[in-house]
Write a protein that binds this ligand. Structure first.
Ligand SMILES: [Zn+2]
Length: 808
């Protein structure tokens, strides 16, 4: 394999090619729609006309920005404002809105409209947190109402919001502009044979687009069809986010794109023609035989690419590739969970762009954002301009502090009563210095330094914030662990040491699934992980005991998606899988089937009997959704237990059917009676072993939707505690959920809310974790759970906790 050290001459040529690109890249083309700078309140009100019942807009006192007061009352359900314009936005792929909202939870459906002729283009404004942020809408994000004439004739802009629960909020707009889709994120709509894979591809492209938005990089989102029909004409870089097999017609379009100077970033390519275009040679698809084979990737020349040295990502399979031409280089290699370099390249660079041998997953989001910024900027340096502006605007937006000044002021005040006052003030001083440097760099056009400065400011502020906190003795602090191996497969001792060092006192290892166990089980197939690394539960229990950490075995109750295929096939044959209204079965066991109950109970009993665990933690203790289960066993049991005779199955027990209420009640009762059975069985074996459950947050809606009546479990003492998965980046929502949960009968001291640190629904920085823990403490919760044991948790989240929050 060639890298920069061993293959000097092509590497130098490659750098020269990059430098050539830098000088040749033209600037972005922008159409300002409104910059929200008005000479007077009257001028602003004249431009933005309120609807007859809406209050008028108000300029921000500094003169930059316009406040749209979302003031609701009994008669006012909606507010909106219109501005007349005359714009042709056809050549722009992206609409960028720069705004802040002081209470996102107070607004329902905040929406941006563009009127054209007799119709509208409509996009919902995504709200996350109270800080100022910039959202880039692709044209494809807009739906239409009635029949708009076209983007070439935009006559009016409208901002609108509906009342949520009666609270008022202020929306402040700072900028609205249209931009070229210089960066195009391509969604897999034709590049996989299976529908499920294309759906997965959509999730991946959404993730990539979100990382770009976080970095302030404007981008458009295109489909494969749009690429085929010339959609990349205005783009400089196209990101193929999950594209195993683009069709031949698309590859022809991509060739044209590259020929006229466009660059590609390809994830997970498996099509020889695309590999040929990118100068890489494809290998054979590889699947990890156990977790920990590909846990991170490290760049060989991080300072050249302006990327983090190492990015964490636990990939279970890759599509290997190696240099296929002299001008192609490996720029990053995979590493295993112990940080040893694997033989497989993670990233390659050629003169047509970049190639990654897997897709981007959710973990380590901050490093991935920085990595994408650096890599994209190497292909289109104008990216730095946007990233710098974004970094400057967001500096100080840690926690719910609005800007640097706000953060500085509030943290200075907090320092006064903090045990580590001197240290906090020193960190604030350091942040201040870095912030001034950032501003100087910005005014001198050194944009890359601004972005680096933004990271330094954030680091100092987060530490100041962390050190301004206090501990809470006796708090329950748990971590969910997904693989059964801990962070370092084969070394549970090291994992438990890290947990203990950071004040974590409970671990919830996922040792037990519906159809798989990470220990030798009499009931369930043993996993490859256990075959490879040995009895994971025994190793975990032993390591945790030495550190005084509780072990609550995480049991996935019905889901058998990761079970060996012969196990699932056998279950299907025996009629033990859940069945939807149309008769198709899924890889979930039916909770009505006596054999399924016996299987789950058997596996739980053997854990409690054979291992010194402190708890059994039930997960997936529900149905997938309202469309399950309608299998023959469910029908028979429902009729037998309730005495109801169903004429037409399942029509009468679903939708608007006459027995739907009775069925839903019975269905939730099935889950509840299983939880009760677990409680009885565990108590009979060992009265000190706790029973808990991971539950959906929005109770009691969960009773009808997924059959999960966890309020009743608490009230009747079928569980010792519950961990609602309150995964959200919106602190108001997190607080609302937690508040209603701790107020349930019997819930006092028994609700440990789950924080989505690295969840699909949310990724939280260290500062956000601190704030959500403060919220739950204030609401009376006596513990919390962190999801999940990722390297982000280890490297970003846990280090800030013992600085203050878990110091006692
Ligand atoms: Zn069933």
């Amino acid at each position: 394999m060639a890298d920069g050290n061993t293959c000097r001459s092509p590497w130098t040529r490659f750098i020269a090619a990059c430098l050539f690109l830098v000088s040749a890249a033209p600037l972005f083309a922008v159409t300002a729609i409104d910059s929200f700078v008005y000479s007077s309140a009257a001028a602003a009100r004249k431009a933005w006309q309120p609807s007859p019942s809406s209050p008028p807009v108000m300029p921000v006192p500094s003169g930059r920005g316009l406040v749209f007061p979302c003031t609701f009352d009994a008669d006012r359900e909606r507010v909106y404002w219109d501005r007349a314009v005359s714009l042709d936005l056809t050549r722009h792929g992206t609409i960028i809105l720069d705004f802040a909202c002081d209470d996102p939870g107070a607004l329902r459906s905040p929406t941006l409209y563009f009127k054209s002729g007799n119709g509208w283009y409509v996009a919902r404004i995504p709200m996350r947190g109270t800080g100022r942020r910039r959202v880039a809408f692709a044209k494809t994000d807009f739906s239409t109402e009635e029949k708009p004439t076209g983007w070439h004739r935009i006559e009016r802009v409208r901002l609108s919001a509906w009342k949520a629960d009666g609270r008022n909020a202020r929306l402040t707009l700072y900028d609205l502009r249209a931009d070229d889709s210089r960066i195009a994120v391509v969604r897999n709509t034709l590049s996989s044979p299976s529908e499920a894979e294309r759906r997965y591809g959509t999730r991946v492209s959404t993730r990539v687009a979100r990382l770009l938005s976080d970095a302030g990089i404007p981008h458009g989102v295109l489909t494969d069809e749009e690429v085929i029909h010339g959609g990349l004409m205005k783009s400089r870089v196209a990101i193929l986010t999950h594209h195993p097999h683009p069709p031949a017609r698309e590859i022809e379009s991509l060739k044209l794109f590259v020929r006229r100077g466009g660059k590609l970033i390809v994830f997970y390519g498996a099509e020889p023609a695309l590999a040929e275009l990118m100068g890489v040679r494809l290998g054979q698809y590889r699947k990890a035989d156990a977790p920990g084979r590909w846990s991170s990737f490290a760049f060989l020349k991080p300072s050249f690419w302006k990327v983090p040295e190492r990015v964490y990502q636990e990939s279970s399979n890759i599509m290997p590739a190696s240099p296929g031409r002299r001008s192609t280089h490996v720029i990053a290699y995979w590493e295993d969970s112990h940080g040893r370099r694997a033989e497989e390249p993670a990233w390659l660079a050629s003169d047509n762009g970049l190639w990654m041998t897997h897709v981007l997953l959710d973990d380590d989001a901050a490093n991935k954002r920085d990595m994408l910024t650096g890599l994209l900027a190497s292909l289109d340096p104008a990216v730095w301009t946007y990233a710098a502006q974004n970094a400057l605007e967001r500096a100080g937006q840690i926690d719910s502090f609005r800007n640097f000044g706000d953060a500085h002021r509030r943290l200075s005040a907090a320092a006064e009563s903090a045990p580590q006052k001197g240290r906090v003030l020193k960190l604030l001083e350091q942040a201040d210095l870095e912030y001034q440097r950032m501003q100087a760099s910005y005014s001198e056009g050194r944009h890359e330094e601004v972005v680096q400065g933004g990271r330094a400011v954030k680091e100092a502020l987060v530490e100041a914030y962390a050190r301004a906190q206090r501990g809470q003795p006796g708090e329950f602090r748990g971590v969910w662990e997904h693989n059964g191996t801990g962070w370092f497969p084969g070394d549970w001792d090291r994992t438990c040491r890290v947990l203990a060092d950071h004040g974590i006192n409970a671990v919830f290892p996922n040792m037990l699934w519906g159809g798989l166990a990470h220990y030798p089980s009499r009931y369930l197939p043993q996993s490859r992980t256990a075959a490879y690394y040995g009895d994971q539960l025994a190793q975990c229990v032993e390591a945790a005991r030495k550190r005084g950490i509780e072990v609550h075995v995480w049991k996935v109750c019905w889901n058998v998606e990761n079970a060996p295929s012969d196990f699932t096939a056998q279950m299907r044959k025996q009629g033990r899988l859940q069945v939807s209204h149309d008769g198709t079965s899924i890889s979930w066991l039916c909770p009505s089937h006596p054999d399924n109950i016996a299987l789950a109970i058997g596996s739980i009993r053997e854990v409690v009997t054979n291992y010194a665990v402190q708890g059994i933690h039930l997960d997936y203790i529900r149905y997938p959704n309202a469309n399950y289960c309608f299998c023959p066993t469910c029908r028979r049991e429902f009729e037998r237990e309730t005495g109801v005779k169903v004429g037409s199955w399942p029509a009468e027990v679903r939708g608007k059917g006459k027995h739907v209420a009775a069925y839903r009640k019975w269905r939730a009762g099935k889950i509840t009676s299983f939880v009760r059975l677990v409680r009885e069985q565990v108590r009979a074996l060992n009265a000190s072993v706790k029973v808990s459950a991971a539950v959906w947050g929005a109770y009691p809606a969960t009773v009808d939707s997924i059959g999960q009546d966890w309020g009743a479990w608490l009230k009747n003492n079928y569980v010792d505690f519950v961990c609602p998965m309150n995964y959200s980046t919106d602190n108001a929502r997190f607080a609302d959920l937690t508040r209603s949960q701790v107020a349930l009968p019997g819930a006092k001291g028994r609700v440990f809310p789950g924080l989505g640190v690295t969840a699909a629904e949310s990724q939280l920085g260290g500062d956000q974790v601190i704030e959500q823990i403060l919220i739950l403490r204030q609401l009376g919760a006596r513990g919390f759970m962190l999801f999940d044991m990722s390297h982000t948790l280890r490297l970003d989240t846990l280090p800030v906790l013992p600085m203050g929050l878990t110091s006692e």
